[in-house]
Write a protein that binds this ligand. Structure first.
Ligand code: ZN
Length: 225
């Protein structure tokens, strides 16, 4: 335990800093959380959800796994989705990939690491679905980064196909699903141009997004740099 004293000390000074600004901050949070956003992102240590969008504790509900994958049979992710939508009533779901993703690169290159290969098979399905798009690029770096982008588009689709999301839309609950890609090299979050707020929008937006994406240079997002 002594080896981690520095973390406990950092925690104490962090909490003291917040209390100095707002003495009631933690008291308020202990009674309820009311985040407007669900973040579904990669587990990569360089992609810390709250810090990237500068949100405080209580403002962002977070689910992270290797390569930000949304699998229809993953009870962990499904439980997060259900709680976020039905109990917390988040208004926005952000699927956030990132350039330089080790999981996406391993999937792209068929690198095997035992158990995780099974998980990355989901990303390889995305790769295989868009093989011709990836083959048209001239180097591996661009192919990996484009697969990071395509993976976001596909995972946004999985969120939108989910029953929990569709039920929310059917009962008129405001809920928009977005796709972003973060660049660990410059700290900037890029909007993939996906913003889906109903079942009707889902198919058209997703198809358009892939077509628009293919026409854009790799790593070009819609946010100002
Ligand atoms: Zn990653």
């Amino acid at each position: 335990m002594r080896q981690l004293d520095h973390l406990l000390e950092k925690n104490k000074s962090w909490a003291d800093g917040i209390k100095a600004q707002d003495p009631q901050f933690f008291n308020r949070l202990s009674n309820q959380q009311a985040p407007e956003y669900l973040w579904i992102g990669c587990a990569d240590s360089r992609v810390p959800a709250n810090q990237i969008v500068d949100l405080m504790p209580g403002e962002l509900f977070v689910h992270r796994n290797v390569a930000n994958v949304v699998v229809h049979t993953d009870f962990n992710c499904l439980s997060v989705l259900q709680f976020a939508i039905e109990v917390l009533k988040v208004k926005h779901i952000l699927v956030v990939g990132h350039y330089g993703c080790g999981g996406v690169k391993a999937a792209m290159m068929n690198e095997g690491f035992g158990l995780i290969s099974h998980w990355l098979r989901h990303v390889q399905d995305v790769r295989d679905k868009h093989q011709s798009v990836l083959d048209a690029l001239s180097n591996d770096q661009d192919r990996v980064d484009r697969l990071c982008e395509l993976n976001v588009v596909e995972q946004v689709g999985h969120v939108c196909q989910n029953n929990i999301v569709q039920e929310a839309w059917r009962r008129g609950q405001p809920l928009t699903v977005h796709g972003f890609v973060y660049d660990v090299a410059d700290g900037i979050l890029r909007d993939m141009g996906l913003s889906i707020a109903s079942e009707e929008e889902r198919d058209a937006v997703q198809t358009n997004s892939v077509e628009e994406l293919i026409l854009r240079p790799v790593r070009s997002g819609r946010q100002k740099k």
